[in-house]
Design a binder for this molecule. Structure first.
Ligand code: ATP
Ligand code: MG
Length: 368
């Protein structure tokens, strides 16, 4: 049997942090120039990141972008090739896992099958020989927080997947860690349960005031949960910002493509407009220099159907309850629009005109 990772932590002597001046957010964790090489593979490429006290930050990114590596370096399960990890203004780069005030929840939480829920949650405290009454009190509080007080005497086999995930969460909360790291904790759950647990995690975050770093590769989950999103690509940070900033103001095409749905129309700037396969399209604001390669990013809600400067053929319509997603082929260009579901059916195969207000499209330079 695999023994669950022991999230033991001891609280170091902590000095009161000076009150943050001029309303700057207090920084809990700083990662500076952090890099990790595995042989020739650059898993993490000199990342700088400040995590604010009490925020819920998600690390989002495609598979292999370095999310787990960054978490492992933060909690001390791996040694960095270079760079520093600073917690509460103290260099903790080489501090052992159990000396950092950090709790960790993984996707593959292995619960002890022969122990009750309460015993699972209290196991590591027992190993540390805490007095029984204290263990009981801490376990009861942790189970209460995750909504499983009633199930403390059950065995893990008598729990649903979501409940087991709550036990894994309680096992981390029982230490009352100042920083909680979660690596795809909801990955094994079905869509409905994921949503329930997302709301639970938000509540627990609010109630405990912990600083949470939550890893996911699901952009919807990141948008729903986060105070801020750190989007990773190839071991680097592609962009860091609030969900709204990531959606409304993507800084590059990778971010625009990864966050939310958008149509990305590539071309070359010519006389203040973008020369593309679907025509010469307006660029709002100050136009980039002629010859610049770039793309217009247009969100589905910005596209108007039935009128406009482009034409295409409806390839597919996807009913989604409150809205109808309309996928249009305009030559080799795919355009994704949406219409209110009440608008009635749009015939697949029919020709539609479409357009958008120029300022509703965002021009981004193509970095290759
Ligand atoms: N122990 C290891 N040995 C060798 N290479 C590794 C090791 N761990 C990670 N890597 C490599 O480092 C890169 C980053 O991996 P990492 O696990 O951090 O990605 P991730 O963003 O967590 O991906 P996923 O979403 O698939 O979990 C990948 O190319 C991976 O193959
Ligand atoms: Mg990972």
């Amino acid at each position: 049997m695999r023994v669950p990772a022991d999230p033991i932590k001891t609280k170091g002597t902590s000095f009161a942090m000076p009150a943050a001046s001029n309303n700057a957010p207090e920084i809990k964790l700083q990662v500076q120039g952090l890099a990790k090489l595995y042989g020739q593979t650059i898993a993490l490429d000199h990342v700088d990141l400040d995590v604010r006290k009490g925020e819920l930050l998600t690390l989002l990114g495609p598979s292999g972008s370095g999310k787990t590596t960054l978490l492992q370096l933060i909690c001390g399960l791996q040694e960095p090739t270079s760079g520093t990890v600073i917690i509460d203004h103290k260099d903790q780069t080489h501090a052992p896992v159990n000396k950092r005030d950090i709790g960790v929840v993984f996707q593959n939480y292995a619960l002890f099958p022969h122990m009750t829920v309460a015993e699972n949650v209290g196991f590591a405290l027992k190993m540390r020989s805490l007095p029984k009454a204290e263990i009981n009190a801490k376990v009861a509080k942790a189970l209460e927080t995750v909504g499983l007080a009633h199930a403390s005497e059950r065995s893990p086999s008598q729990l649903s997947g979501g409940q087991q995930q709550r036990v894994a969460l309680a096992r981390c909360l029982v230490y009352d860690p100042a920083i909680i790291l979660m690596d795809e904790p909801l990955g094994a759950l079905d869509a409905k349960l994921r949503e329930v647990m997302q709301i639970e995690i938000k509540r627990i975050h609010r109630e405990t005031g912990a600083t949470i770093i939550f890893v996911t590769h699901d952009q919807q989950e990141a948008l729903a949960l986060s105070d801020r999103i750190c989007l990773m690509n190839n071991g680097k940070i592609a962009q860091l910002g609030t969900p709204r900033q990531m959606y409304d103001e993507p800084q590059n095409l990778f971010v625009a493509d990864f966050i939310g749905v958008s149509s990305i129309v590539r071309g070359m700037v010519k006389a203040g407009a973008l020369d593309t396969a679907i025509g010469t399209l307006p660029i709002a604001g100050e136009a980039p220099a002629d010859g610049t390669k770039g793309a217009l990013v247009i969100r589905p809600e910005a596209i108007r159907l039935g009128e406009g400067f482009c034409e295409g053929r409806v390839r597919e319509t996807v009913y989604g309850g409150s809205e109808l997603r309309v996928i249009i082929d305009a030559g080799k260009q795919e355009i994704i629009a949406r219409a209110p579901a009440q608008a009635g059916d749009i015939d697949v195969g029919s020709t539609v005109r479409f357009g958008w207000a120029p300022e509703a499209a965002r021009f981004l330079v193509d970095q290759g």
